[in-house]
Ligand binder design. Sequence first.
Ligand SMILES: NC(=O)c1ccc[n+]([C@@H]2O[C@H](COP(=O)([O-])OP(=O)(O)OC[C@H]3O[C@@H](n4cnc5c(N)ncnc54)[C@H](OP(=O)(O)O)[C@@H]3O)[C@@H](O)[C@H]2O)c1
Length: 195
Amino acid sequence: MAHALVVGGTGMLRDVCRHLAAHAHHVSVVARSRAQLETLARDVAHLGPPHGPIHPLPVDYRDLPAFERAIRSAPADAGPVTLGVCWVHDPAQPVLHAVADLLTESGLWSTLVHVVGSGVADPSAAEPFDPHLIEEWGGRGVHYRRVILGFRIESATSSRWLTHAEIAAGVIRAITSDVPVQVVGTVEPWDRRPV
Ligand SMILES: NC(=O)c1ccc[n+]([C@@H]2O[C@H](COP(=O)([O-])OP(=O)(O)OC[C@H]3O[C@@H](n4cnc5c(N)ncnc54)[C@H](OP(=O)(O)O)[C@@H]3O)[C@@H](O)[C@H]2O)c1
């Protein structure tokens, strides 16, 4: 069994956790609400084999030392984490860095899937993430993958944000493919984004 860590896994990434569990992964999930985490763990446990277990990690990732402790607290039989999936609001960089450190500790090739909002595609905005970090992680065997959540243009006059199902499908595609950057939906033309 492999071991995946999903940070922010009880909201729109819930089906990503379920997908990973269905593929016999141990899935450690970070969120603040213990109740939401336990509901997810119970739902998956009811599905039975080949589903792997969900390990609830109730912690606020803005408390970095507590977060670093929590992501190392899964049962030992879950094995080393080799896949990290992160949906993190500010400050994202230290949280991502802590997950990259954990992946490095596995001593195995690993993948860090970073889910970001459409704001990174705003032509007037600066890149919010230090690109040297991504290079540094690559040198340590951690492959960084970015999933940009865009929007859907439905007609000449209307567009909408993504559904949870579309978001989960896009993130699962990023986990299973080897593409550095994927856009779910579109981010162009930028002025057609929903308001
Ligand atoms: N382009 C798009 O279409 C797009 C992009 C982004 C979002 N959205 C939509 O916007 C909705 C709301 O977005 P959302 O950001 O609230 O996403 P969400 O995925 O629904 O919820 C955020 C996840 O992160 C966890 N979380 C949040 N803050 C945390 C913290 N400080 N420490 C630990 N875990 C934390 C939450 O659990 P706890 O609250 O229990 O901590 C939850 O698991 C989404 O559900 C989606 O429908 C759409």
